[in-house]
Ligand binder design. Structure first.
Ligand SMILES: Cc1cc2nc3c(=O)[nH]c(=O)nc-3n(C[C@H](O)[C@H](O)[C@H](O)COP(=O)(O)O)c2cc1C
Length: 169
């Protein structure tokens, strides 16, 4: 099973459309970050100690976490906001903290970031390197794609790349 976390606040826009095209090929389940109630990680450490993998916060995250635990593949789709993922996406990523090394081990982490920049912009290599660190830390296989979606033409190119990525699994 693949869990896809879609981080755009804009329903039906570029990032959503990329995530939906990807899910149409991989069969993954999309969770729209803008549509769930997930608070920021408190950093209390409960999940890593007495909580034994369970978060103290009783919002929508426990059910997302269960999907993440069962998934063998996790995909993050987000527009780029200030050289990073959106705040909505980050709330969920931070709250994946209760996943143990065993939970993560062997998962494939796919990351698709779209922005207004051109495809060859340095921001995509910066983002790639950042997710490379994250994937190495959780011992996941990383598949990263950074694409420009400044207009409909750029979006068409981005869509083709995302379809190729989805089909290449
Ligand atoms: C607050 C904000 C910050 C942004 N920062 C960046 C950025 O750092 N790099 C970039 O390429 N695009 C940036 N953009 C543009 C969006 O990433 C771009 O318009 C993207 O296609 C939006 O995706 P969406 O259609 O799914 O909302 C930013 C947009 C907003 C609203």
């Amino acid at each position: 099973m693949e869990l896809i976390i879609a981080g755009s606040p804009r329903k039906g826009m570029y990032s959503d459309r990329l995530a939906e095209a990807y899910a149409g090929i991989t069969g993954g389940e999309i969770v729209y970050a803008r549509s769930v109630s997930v608070g920021p990680c408190h950093g209390c450490g409960w999940c890593k100690g007495k909580g034994n993998g369970v978060c103290v916060q009783k919002d929508d995250m426990p059910r997302i976490l269960e999907k993440a635990r069962k998934a063998d593949r996790i995909a993050l789709f987000s527009p780029i906001y200030w050289w990073q993922m959106t705040a909505q996406e980050k709330l969920i990523v931070d709250r994946l903290y209760p996943l143990s090394e065993a939970d993560w081990n062997g998962k494939v982490l796919t990351v698709v970031m779209n922005g207004a920049a051109e495809d060859d912009d340095r921001e995509f290599s910066l983002l790639h390197d950042q997710f490379r660190e994250m994937a190495d830390y959780i011992k996941a296989e990383l598949r990263f794609l950074g694409v420009g979606t400044s207009d409909d033409e750029a979006f068409g190119n981005a869509l083709a790349k995302v379809r190729d990525l989805a089909a290449s699994k």
